[in-house]
Design a protein around this ligand. Structure first.
Ligand SMILES: *Cc1c(COP(=O)(O)O)cnc(C)c1O
Length: 396
């Protein structure tokens, strides 16, 4: 037999982390790595947060899992907090980002089908978007590398260029149910939607009675210095998918919706065995305790601006490597002039700095939101040394 016991769908590198220590990871070989990848924007409180660990330990001893057929004081409490903090009136908890997007897609379709508009099932989505790896969420993205081998796709998605409002207007038709968009594309290369685009989508949704669905799985949950990224634009969605940071490392996601948008989601419409179980809610509430306050969000803004300013100043030293700095808060990207994966490997293997590549030749920086100035210094030292020693070879 030549297939590995772990299904070989990931190109796993030689680094094998076995322990976390705040903003560092320790490998099997005992070496310490500065973690500016954070499990891809997941470990927002770092790796050994006392509040999060304690909450999970206490809940694990009390009650880990029960069926969603029973009343849920734990789920009601966390849902109420999210409702109080956001545009939403109601929340469905999931175990991952793709499931949160899946619920968002179903909610948007059900909004129309609930009143008999069965023809309004199509979501307009955007090129280079990433919404997850289920059949519906790969169908919502135009990226052919994710489709290969899995055809046919689910019907009901139409792709338009990101940030192209005229393209959206032209694509709206009799079947349109709404828009599904990341306010800042993560996997696509830390690309921010413009103010005009986001406001334009909101206005078009209002004008045509369409659902504005935001995928804030990566850009949400304090990552950009507001609780959700759409707050920067002064607009609210009808439906929003959250995950990644929401559990701080515990598998958790959520689909948030207004009462109006959720009109099709009555009893029996959707479900999940694990979704929102007491253990997940304990983790989620510990994360909320830490992040849902002005002081924490202020820290993300301040430290994010400092990191961005230092990067902008730095990249001029290596004009052959770096083109520009993108993003907001602690969702930053450095667009490179070379394919970034070799550089990511060099940072990791030779300088013990963890980052992650993204589309559009982007070096992605999504550290824990609890980094401080000492971590910035360590990061800049490593980036600087790595840039000086890097010999680029285009991958075969
Ligand atoms: C990571 C991500 C997802 C998928 O989340 P999973 O937990 O991997 O299913 C969906 N949308 C965006 C924007 C993401 O970054």
């Amino acid at each position: 037999m030549s297939i590995t016991p772990l299904m070989p769908v990931y190109p796993r590198c030689a680094f094998r982390p076995v322990k976390g220590d705040h903003c560092h990871l320790i490998g099997e070989d005992g070496r310490r790595y500065l973690d500016f990848a954070a499990g891809i924007a997941v470990n927002i409180l770092g790796h050994s947060h006392k509040g999060l660990i304690g909450a999970i330990q206490r809940q694990a001893e009390t009650l880990m899992h029960v069926s969603n057929l029973y009343g849920s004081p734990q789920g009601e409490h966390m849902a109420q907090r999210l409702v109080d903090l956001t545009f939403a009136d109601t929340v469905f908890f999931t175990n991952s980002g793709a499931e949160a997007v899946e619920c968002a897609i179903k909610t948007a379709r059900a909004y129309h089908q609930h009143i008999g508009n069965d023809h309004k099932y199509e979501l307009i989505t955007f090129k280079n978007a990433f919404h997850g790896r289920t059949m519906a969420t790969i169908s919502a993205s135009n990226q052919e590398k994710m489709h290969k081998g899995f055809l046919p796709l689910l019907a009901g998605f139409k792709y338009v260029d990101f940030d192209d409002l005229e393209g959206v207007k032209a694509a709206i038709g009799r079947n349109t149910a709404g828009f599904l968009v990341e306010p800042i594309q993560g996997e696509g290369g830390i690309r921010q939607a413009s103010q005009e685009f986001m406001q334009g989508l909101r206005d078009l949704a209002d004008e045509h009675d369409l659902m504005l669905v935001l995928d804030e799985v990566q850009c949400g949950y304090a990552r950009t210095g507001t609780f959700f990224a759409h707050e920067h634009y002064g607009i609210a969605p009808d439906i929003l998918a959250s995950a990644k940071g929401i559990g701080g490392g515990f598998p958790l996601g959520a689909c948030l919706a207004t009462e109006k948008a959720a009109r099709g989601m009555g009893i029996g419409a959707h479900g999940s065995t694990y979704g929102g179980n007491p253990l997940a809610m304990a983790a989620g509430e510990a994360v909320l305790d830490a992040v849902a306050n002005e002081e924490f969000l202020g820290h993300v803004n301040t430290i994010g601006e400092r990191l961005k300013a230092r990067l902008e100043q730095f990249i001029g030293n290596y004009p052959d490597l770096f083109a520009e700095v993108r993003g907001r808060g602690l969702m930053l990207g450095v667009k490179m002039k070379v394919e970034p994966r070799g550089f990511v490997a060099h940072l990791r293997d030779n300088h013990q700095l963890l980052t992650v590549s993204a589309g559009d030749n982007t070096l992605r920086l999504v550290p824990p939101l609890v980094i401080d100035d000492a971590h910035l210094d360590e990061f800049m030292d490593k980036l600087s040394a790595a840039s000086a020693s890097y010999k680029h070879e285009e991958p075969a």
